[in-house]
Write a new protein. Structure first.
Length: 287
């Protein structure tokens, strides 16, 4: 492909939202606007996924020896492996989701897929369009922008799913070993959840209790309970809150705090979604 002259103006970036301070495990994400122009990204010690979210633009990308001029549409991604640089030239403003995946997360995902993390590497991809990655990206966008994030456990599940998808797409297919989620392991995890409802639980934390890798725990827990871990935790919080509401000595604010909700309105939304009633209604029924 014939080389083009890169634009002289540097891309200006305006940060809209970031995962900084949210304690996500092994990855981070940023939502940002770009002005159009030229940008160079030096090699990093982590993998990067850059997802286009706004109206289509014409962009040129140079990475890992490839140069590609293309029309970027919502959901299109560039994947830049660790230790690789990348250069972009864009003809107009855009909104982007940037995701950084640490080697530790890729190793966890590989082990959960029965792959040797020392022999698995992610290849550079330009204008990758993958429905699963697109779904994960949109979910992360909502988690960053939403007024009420679902929490670290939910975000960790998305990060691990993204790492697994990248490995699945480029790693050799290895027949998975069969693992079971024993009643003892499941009981230990459920007891831990009930004992620590007020904490911002993480996927890796629950996996340690189960004695499994986070990747394997995520899959087996859902198979055993028919729910993702973060939804199960919310259900447990709602059930505990309802039991407290039957006792007159607790106010709605106190019930929300003791059940692990961020505030009273958060408890009300979750309870309405799970059981179809509000805390105020349950409290009045027991006055």
């Amino acid at each position: 492909m014939e080389e083009r002259a890169w634009a002289a103006s540097q891309i200006h970036i305006t940060l809209r939202a970031t995962s900084e301070g949210r304690s996500w495990t092994g990855f981070a994400a940023q939502l940002y606007d770009t002005s159009g122009g030229f940008a160079e990204m030096p090699p990093k010690t982590h993998h990067r996924v850059r997802m286009h979210l706004s109206a289509p633009i014409i962009a040129t990308c140079r990475c890992a020896g490839f140069v590609q001029r293309r029309r970027m549409s919502p959901g299109d991604c560039d994947v830049v492996p660790l230790a690789h640089s990348a250069v972009w030239e864009e003809d107009g403003p855009a909104t982007m989701l940037g995701i950084c995946l640490m080697p530790s997360l890729m190793q966890t995902a590989a082990e959960g897929m029965d792959l040797n993390p020392d022999t698995v590497s992610v290849e550079a991809q330009l204008r990758l369009r993958d429905p699963r990655i697109g779904h994960i990206g949109r979910a992360l966008q909502l988690e960053l922008q939403g007024p009420e994030p679902n929490g670290r456990l939910y975000a960790d599940s998305l990060g691990l799913a993204l790492a697994a998808r990248l490995l699945q797409r480029y790693a050799p297919i290895v027949p998975p070993r069969v693992y079971s989620f024993s009643k003892r392991r499941l009981s230990a995890v459920i007891d831990y959840i009930h004992d620590n409802l007020v904490l911002d639980l993480s996927l890796s934390e629950l996996a340690v209790v189960a004695g499994l890798s986070p990747s394997r725990f995520r899959i087996l827990f859902k198979e055993a309970t028919n729910q993702p871990a973060h939804q199960f935790v919310i259900q447990c919080r709602v059930e505990y809150a309802m039991s407290l509401l039957t006792k007159r000595k607790y106010s709605l604010t106190e019930v929300a705090s003791l059940s692990g909700f961020s505030d009273q309105s958060h408890m009300a939304r979750c309870m309405r979604r799970v059981v179809g009633v509000t805390p105020a209604v349950v409290k009045r029924q027991h006055e």
